[in-house]
Ligand binder design. Structure first.
Ligand code: ADP
Length: 379
């Protein structure tokens, strides 16, 4: 191993060699990269993990650290590693550096530098140096970024409906005190109620998302009467559709058979698609159709809405994706609905496809397989 090559073999075969072997195997076993340098910032020791992080297959004793470790800052400006090491009079660490590789990829680097005092040599000179610990923290950093984005999107999206609901309730109170006009009070309360319902559906999405991401979702298969389920959903969503001046239609294959799958997830998938169809359709209709495909069932949700641009079509299933279309932006949303929908679909082996044309409308098709035995598909 590399460490063994660089640490001089001890002369005292007994105690020293035991300590030496322990030290080398310890450093080589470390998952973090270790590089030790002397006072002139020349390498005197390194382990295999350091080679991995530096993307090199070897280093030489006496190599200059500045030639092998070339970190950049968050703005990709070169960082003077020699200066950084010399400045480390006490152990320091940083999580803000990056390493760029020849293929153009970049990784986030945790770097800790600690001065090492090895005492004084025969000439009375301090023979110390520095030890550097390197760790690739790209995955951790992207999780942190995702978490920050999540908190900022969710708090922003929660604030809007709460503000609207609060405004409407205050308004209703004011009208009650002043004129008592019941119609106006009713319409304010209705507007507040809509926002509370939206909050409830958002919290539901978040809860499902959190369970899906922790792999905590289980699939319970039961026989489903698709005909009844579609009619029930159409009836449940008609009032919401009517508020938007839309009609919900159903087209049901007379040969529909009982489907074995998770009713809970099918319902949730369809609810997300129907809610979107209603939200993004200013006029026209929403049609839910179901047809038997051999043993399986295909359910489609079609709308005559604003449609989705070709470039947005590639991203609508991404977490937090929301179109920049002003008409879509004017509508409450988190960009989580389709992401959660896709997660649930995968869990029950369903395939989602869609077709959409700007200003004409969209159709989302879901092919639900008949799950004959208790099985769940990989998420
Ligand atoms: P949300 O609706 O909360 O923004 P979704 O994940 O459900 O999140 O949808 C992501 C984006 O896809 C929406 O913001 C919208 O731009 C677009 N989209 C989804 N369904 C439709 C649809 N039926 N018609 C037009 N655009 C849609």
């Amino acid at each position: 191993m590399n460490v063994q090559k660089l640490i001089p073999t001890p002369k005292n075969k007994n105690i020293e060699s035991i300590a030496y072997n322990r030290l080398t195997s310890l450093v080589n076993s470390m998952a973090d990269g270790v590089i030790a340098v002397d006072k002139n910032i020349k390498i005197v020791l390194f382990n295999g993990a350091a080679l991995n992080i530096l993307d090199r297959n070897n280093l030489k004793n006496g190599d200059s650290l500045k030639d092998v470790l070339k970190p950049v800052d968050q703005n990709y400006h070169t960082v003077d590693i020699v200066k950084l090491v010399h400045n480390a009079t006490a152990p320091t660490s940083s999580r803000d550096l990056r390493l760029s590789y020849a293929d153009g990829s970049v990784s986030d680097l945790y770097l800790s530098i600690a001065p090492v005092h090895l005492g004084y040599n025969d000439a009375g000179k301090d023979t110390g140096g520095y030890v550097l610990l390197l760790r690739d923290i790209t995955a951790e950093k992207s999780l942190e970024e995702e978490r920050d984005e999540f908190i900022s999107v969710v708090s922003h999206e929660l604030r809007t409906p709460i503000t609207i609901a609060e405004g409407n309730i205050s308004n209703a109170q004011l009208i009650f005190d002043k004129s008592g006009d019941m119609e106006k009070i009713k319409s304010s309360l209705k507007a507040a109620h809509e926002q509370v319902l939206f909050l409830a559906s958002m919290i539901n999405d978040l809860a499902t998302l959190s369970r899906a991401e922790r792999g905590k979702l289980t699939v319970e298969i039961e026989p489903i009467n698709v005909h009844d389920l579609v009619l029930e959903l159409a009836t449940n969503y008609q009032p919401e559709a009517s508020d938007h001046g839309l009609q919900i239609k159903t087209e049901l294959d007379p040969n529909l058979q009982i489907l074995n799958s998770s009713k809970l997830y099918i319902r949730e998938i369809l609810q997300n698609l129907i809610t979107n169809a209603i939200k993004y359709t200013p006029k026209g209709q929403v049609t839910i159709s179901a047809s038997q495909k051999h043993m399986n069932v295909e359910i489609s949700v079609n709308d005559t809405g604003i449609g989705i641009t070709k470039s947005d079509q590639e991203r609508i299933f991404d977490k937090f994706f929301r179109s920049d279309d002003v008409r879509a932006r004017a509508i409450n949303g988190t960009g989580l609905g389709l992401y959660v929908t896709m997660k649930l679909a995968k869990l029950i082996g369903a395939e989602i496809s869609f077709k959409s044309e700007l200003n004409k409308g969209s159709t989302f098709n879901v092919l639900f397989p008949n799950m004959t035995q208790i099985e769940s598909f990989n998420q």
